[in-house]
Design a protein. Structure first.
Length: 484
């Protein structure tokens, strides 16, 4: 048994899970579909507590006239954030945040916030987010655009100043929260970032730079159908889009004198525009460019999204039942890329361990676990992990052959055979089983003195799972077995 350190990928992948275009899908389902965890899961919420309609979701507000476009409403049509003034910490998005963290991923939280709110309002949100380890918080994204409702309530300078204030509050009251500024991108015509002068201080104040740009998009959804000729959709050259992102990083480094991580907070191709096959091809083309680019300028991007009511998802929502997803060709293609070394977490062995062992979980790119050698002779018929004693109540994420498996508290057996169904063993080998222990309830909890709890969760294991490998069936299909 060795200590193993989990570290960041060359380019991290996050996954959108729920927005104005679809409902949240639980992480157990997503794990079974993709066989892999992401760095983070992106949630999208809105917060306008001063509005008389609040907290009714925008699409459910009674109106005298029909909506003309997606954001023709008092506030954005994301689900309402029920923390803050309401203090409903067992409601959305916190129930989903708990699900994400206990499955070994970080919360990537997008919030559109009324820019007239005060510092006191933001402090309440900061206190809400303190128990969730590293949180990547994106406030008032696409802020140089004109389509979101908050841009009708304030000037761009006010929006920029509001973001700087939110950064200051989070850094003071919830330093575990990393602030993402999702603003304009590079414009070849001007040689500048869109509105770079107005948002310069915001670019300096944030922790992470970001931009949204799709390889194709039907922005008229759901009010029309993308058909030629039409003005509600577009398809964009992949190389030009790639270079726009890359030039944005270079320009931001130049005007700020800083070098911060860059992420793409929303990225995909739209099946409404390209159809299901070219949608997968366009995304694969973009990801291959990232792999082969020697500059390695991108920290990560968010695939928007897992299940979509339109065609921006790995699945589309079954119109008969929103709990059911219909897999698209892009899911298989994306899953293949997700498992490539360039997009996968790195592991580093760090010496032998003896039981009991104390494991540390900071975030999905910084964790300490254990690593076991598992000799495998040939294709097994049974491959199982059995958990006994105190290990039954442990919350564990396990990596085996590049596939990830989750064990919830109270579960006594995990079946690994799904790996072997798709990965045949041609000769005897030794495989690695890596075990990590993220927080069982999704939260970090204060302990002792200091603020280490904001960043780290600890769990102690006093035993190991028993590994059952059987290379023949208990009784073959043509063999007779009779118990006397």
């Amino acid at each position: 048994m060795n200590k193993v350190l989990m570290k960041k990928a060359d380019c991290a992948l996050d996954l959108g899970d729920g927005s104005e275009r679809g409902l949240y899908v639980n992480q157990d389902y997503i794990l079974q579909k993709l066989h892999c965890v992401h760095r983070g899961i992106s949630l999208m919420y809105t917060y306008y507590p001063n509005d008389k309609e609040w907290p009714t979701r925008a699409c459910n507000i009674k109106r005298e006239t029909a909506a003309k476009h997606q954001w023709d409403s008092p506030y954005e049509n994301y689900f309402p954030y029920r923390g803050g003034r309401e203090g409903l910490l067992d409601n959305e998005p916190f129930n989903f945040m708990n699900d994400i963290r206990r499955h070994g991923m970080d919360v990537v939280l997008t919030m559109t916030i009324d820019p007239s709110l005060t510092e006191k309002d933001i402090i309440e949100i900061a206190h809400d987010l303190r128990p969730y380890g590293r949180v990547l918080l994106r406030v008032n994204h696409e802020c140089t655009g004109s389509w979101f409702c908050y841009t009708r309530r304030a000037t761009y300078q006010h929006i920029a100043d509001f973001f700087v204030m939110v950064c200051r509050v989070m850094h003071e009251h919830a330093p575990n929260v990393k602030m993402i500024l999702c603003a304009g991108l590079f414009d070849d015509a001007t040689g500048k970032i869109e509105m770079e002068d107005i948002f310069l201080e915001a670019h300096k104040a944030c922790d992470i730079w970001s931009g949204d740009n799709y390889l194709s998009l039907h922005w008229g959804w759901p009010n029309d159908i993308a058909k030629k000729p039409g003005t509600s959709f577009g398809n964009f050259d992949t190389e030009k889009t790639y270079q726009k992102f890359k030039k944005s990083v270079m320009r931001l480094r130049e005007i700020t004198g800083m070098n911060k991580p860059m992420v793409l907070s929303e990225m995909n191709a739209d099946g409404d525009v390209n159809g299901p096959y070219d949608q997968a091809r366009k995304l694969r083309d973009f990801m291959e460019r990232l792999e082969t680019d020697p500059d390695k300028w991108l920290d990560g991007f968010t695939l928007y999204q897992f299940r979509d009511d339109g065609r921006l998802g790995l699945e589309i929502t079954d119109p008969n039942n929103s709990d059911v997803g219909i897999e698209q060709p892009i899911l298989k293609s994306y899953r293949e890329s997700l498992h490539k070394p360039f997009f996968s977490k790195k592991f580093e062995t760090a010496g032998a361990l003896q039981l009991p062992v104390k494991l540390r979980w900071s975030n999905s790119e910084d964790a300490e676990g254990i690593e076991l050698d598992v000799p495998v002779e040939k294709d097994p018929h049974f491959a199982e992990l059995y958990f006994k004693d105190d290990l039954i109540q442990a919350n564990l994420m396990m990596e085996f052959g590049g596939w990830w498996f989750y064990k919830a508290p109270g579960v006594k057996c995990i079946d690994l055979m799904s790996y072997f169904f798709e990965n045949k063993i041609s000769k005897a080998c030794t495989m690695k089983l890596r075990i990590f222990a993220p927080p069982a309830d999704g939260k970090n909890h204060p302990f002792g003195e200091g603020d280490d709890w904001l960043y780290n969760y600890y769990a102690e294991l006093s035993s190991l799972p028993e590994i059952r490998l059987e290379y023949e069936p208990v009784v073959g299909a043509d063999d007779e077995y009779k118990f006397d």
